[in-house]
Design a protein around this ligand. Structure first.
Ligand SMILES: *Cc1c(COP(=O)(O)O)cnc(C)c1O
Length: 355
């Protein structure tokens, strides 16, 4: 176990979640299509456990630490965290983040299910001041789509000193950039849909925690709320993880090249990029309609939502009704893929003529 822990991500991405090594054994875990199992073990029913999930979960645990539970989507994973909070529990979170989680928290706040305190994430003192009496600090950093970066270390330790639970949505940075459990967070959440799966062909989410009691409460939520992944989706996500590290590195290199081009382009008014990762958000010198025209004018990059896949995608975020009004109307979020960087820049350069 300890020697396994010292392996590099490139290696455990490939070695994790394999069947036991023995003569004639399968190389890959199978797609376990079973709704029920013979009596006598804990995994008696398909909503409680599945071999293909176990393989995927053990691979994600290698990246994030702790033990992992797979869910049917990133939103299902986030919902499981909120589900263990008591009625009216105070939650501190950023006033800008993934639109789905923001919308869910707003609806919980409106109904009284939770008392949500929305704060300015980049203002560390403001976040800490809001913590008193909170049950949970929900962090997403960098944020989707504004790419605001939180001082995770300081915020996590401030919350833990006050005995407040901390969950971090690590979808954008991934464990290749930051490891929230090592910083003291209780839970790390992923939209596995994005970088882990990486091919725009599967929706899935995960929660990882080093706290056994917390794991078992979250597992109970998954069992009873029933937001379980399908075995085929789990298999696809694990297959995606095999190449996750090299995809992320290539996409990040591409992003760093494109950021330099965008920063020097007179048709762009602002480039947001935290210095790592493969998401770039930029504002054009033009309005919402011009931004839509740009997104439609590319031929390699697809005008589509979502991110973290081998193919580059971009979209004007405010086209979604749920998106925060803090996001500028002319902001384009570009998820950089693994194509050649020069081909991507040529495509962007040409598309920007549509302004
Ligand atoms: C996509 C996304 C989610 C939601 O995940 P789904 O798999 O779409 O349910 C949550 N957080 C972030 C940062 C995301 O990008």
């Amino acid at each position: 176990m300890s020697s396994e822990k010292r392996l590099h991500p490139e290696t455990f991405a490939i070695t994790a979640g394999r069947p036991k090594s023995e003569a004639g054994a399968d190389i890959n875990v199978g797609i376990s299509l079973n709704s029920t199992y013979q009596a006598g073990s804990e995994t008696s029913y398909g909503r409680y456990g599945n071999q293909t999930w176990n393989a995927l979960e053990s691979a994600i645990s290698k990246f994030e630490g702790g033990e992992t539970l797979a869910f049917s989507s990133g939103m299902a994973a986030a919902s499981a965290v909120f589900a263990i909070l008591p009625i009216g529990a105070p939650v501190v979170t950023s006033n800008q983040g993934y639109s789905g989680v923001m919308a869910l928290l707003k609806s919980f706040h409106a109904s009284g299910r939770l008392e949500v305190r929305f704060v300015e994430l980049t203002n560390t003192n403001e976040v800490i001041a809001a913590l008193d009496g909170a049950a949970l600090l929900w962090l997403e950093s960098p944020t989707n789509p504004c790419l605001d970066v939180a001082d995770l270390k300081t915020l996590i330790s401030a919350a833990k000193k006050k005995n407040i639970g901390v969950a971090v949505d690590n979808t954008f940075a991934t464990s290749l950039v930051q490891k929230p459990l090592e910083m003291g967070a209780d839970i790390v959440m992923h939209s596995v849909t994005k970088y882990f799966a990486g091919h725009s062909d599967v929706l899935m989410g995960s929660l990882s925690t080093s706290d056994a009691a917390l794991y078992s409460r979250l597992e109970d939520v998954r069992k009873l709320n029933g937001a379980i992944p399908g075995p085929f989706e789990a298999w696809l996500a694990l297959r995606g993880i095999r190449t996750f590290v090299m995809r992320f590195q290539k996409a990040q290199e591409n992003a760093q090249y494109l950021v330099e081009q965008l920063k020097n382009d007179k048709r762009i008014s602002r480039v947001r990029y935290p210095g790592f990762g493969a998401i770039i958000s930029f504002e054009i010198l033009g309005d919402a309609i011009a931004a839509e025209r740009v997104c439609d004018a590319s031929s390699i990059i697809t005008n589509a939502t979502s991110l973290g896949s081998v193919e580059s995608l971009w979209e004007r975020r405010r086209r979604h009704a749920l998106e925060s009004h803090a996001v500028p109307e002319n902001l384009i979020r570009l998820s950089v893929g693994c194509e050649h960087s020069e081909d991507l820049w040529n495509d962007i350069n040409k598309a920007l003529e549509a302004i």
